[in-house]
Design a binder for this molecule. Structure first.
Ligand code: ZN
Length: 258
C-alpha cells in the first residue's frame, strides 16, 4: 500500500471499516512511513479532541427560549380552551417543540460548510495543542531555528518571523494536520494568551479578504497573504488578535544571516 492509498483509506481504518487484508496492509504501511503515521496520529488526536467536553456546547439560548415560550403559549391557551381541549394542546405543543428542536439540531449539524468544518478543526488543533502539552515540536524564539526545522517535513517553506518587538514573541512551531493536508503551526504568545498561526500555501481559487468569527470562546481570523492561507486562533481579544494578523499580512523581509 502506498501513501496515496493510505490517505484515501485512513478514515475507514480509524472507523474499523476495512477488510482484514487492507487493514493489515495499512497498519504495515503506518509502521514503515513516518508521514502517514503522523497523519494517522493527527486524525486520532482530532477525534479524541472532538469527543471531549471542552468542544461540546449547550443548545443556543435562543432555541431554549423558543421552546419555553412555545410551551408557555400552549399552556395559556390551555386554560382558556377549557378542560376538553387540553390533552390535544399538550400533544400539539410537544410536537411543535419537537419539530423546532429537530429543525434546529439539523440546521446546526447537517452538512456544515467546508469552512465551518475547518473552523472546528482549527479550534480542535488549538485546544489539542494546549491540552496535550504538545504545543510545539521545536521550541525556540529564534526564527532562524524554527524555519529550518520545517525543512523536509512539509512540502512548502512557511514564513517564520519573531514579533517580540511588537509584543507577540515566537514560542515555537509544530506540524499539524488540517483540512486533509499537513500544515505549519506557529505558536506565539501575548501575555498569558497563546496564539496558534496555521499556514499552508494558498490556492488560486481562494477568495481574497478576511473572515473573523468567535466560536466556543475562541477568536478566529482567516485570510490569505500573497502566497499563504492563514488561520489564527486564540482566546486573545479580537482587537489584539487583528493587530497580530496585520503582522502576518506584511510581506516577509529577506532574512538576515544569523
Ligand atoms: Zn506513507
Amino acid at each position: 500500500m502506498n501513501c496515496h492509498e493510505t490517505h484515501a483509506l485512513l478514515h475507514a481504518y480509524l472507523d474499523g471499516e476495512l477488510d482484514m487484508v487492507s487493514d493489515v496492509a495499512l497498519a504495515h504501511h503506518l509502521d514503515q512511513c513516518p508521514a502517514c503515521a503522523q497523519a494517522y496520529q493527527s486524525q486520532q488526536a482530532l477525534r479524541a479532541a472532538l469527543r471531549t467536553s471542552a468542544l461540546a456546547f449547550p443548545p443556543p439560548a435562543h432555541l431554549q427560549r423558543r421552546i419555553r415560550s412555545a410551551v408557555r403559549r400552549a399552556s395559556r391557551t390551555d386554560t382558556h380552551a377549557g378542560v376538553w381541549a387540553w390533552p390535544w394542546l399538550r400533544v400539539g405543543a410537544a410536537l411543535a417543540a419537537g419539530v423546532l428542536l429537530m429543525w434546529s439540531v439539523e440546521s446546526l449539524w447537517s452538512g456544515p460548510a467546508p469552512e465551518d468544518l475547518l473552523t472546528r478543526e482549527v479550534i480542535a488543533g488549538h485546544t489539542r495543542a494546549l491540552m496535550a502539552t504538545h504545543l510545539t515540536d521545536v521550541t525556540s524564539s529564534d526564527q532562524h531555528t524554527v524555519k529550518p526545522w520545517f525543512e523536509g517535513k512539509l512540502p512548502f517553506a512557511p514564513p517564520v518571523q519573531d514579533w517580540a518587538a511588537q509584543g507577540f514573541p515566537l514560542v515555537g512551531g509544530r506540524l499539524d494536520y488540517l483540512g486533509d493536508r499537513p500544515v505549519a503551526a506557529l505558536v506565539y504568545q501575548r501575555q498569558q494568551h497563546i496564539i496558534n498561526l496555521f499556514l499552508w500555501p494558498a490556492t488560486p481559487d481562494e477568495a481574497p479578504g478576511e473572515t473573523r468569527r468567535t466560536r466556543h470562546g475562541y477568536n478566529l481570523i482567516h485570510g490569505t497573504t500573497a502566497d499563504m492561507t492563514y488561520w489564527v486562533v486564540s482566546n486573545l481579544n479580537m482587537r489584539e488578535l487583528h493587530e497580530f494578523v496585520s503582522l502576518v499580512q506584511q510581506p516577509v523581509l529577506p532574512s538576515r544571516t544569523p
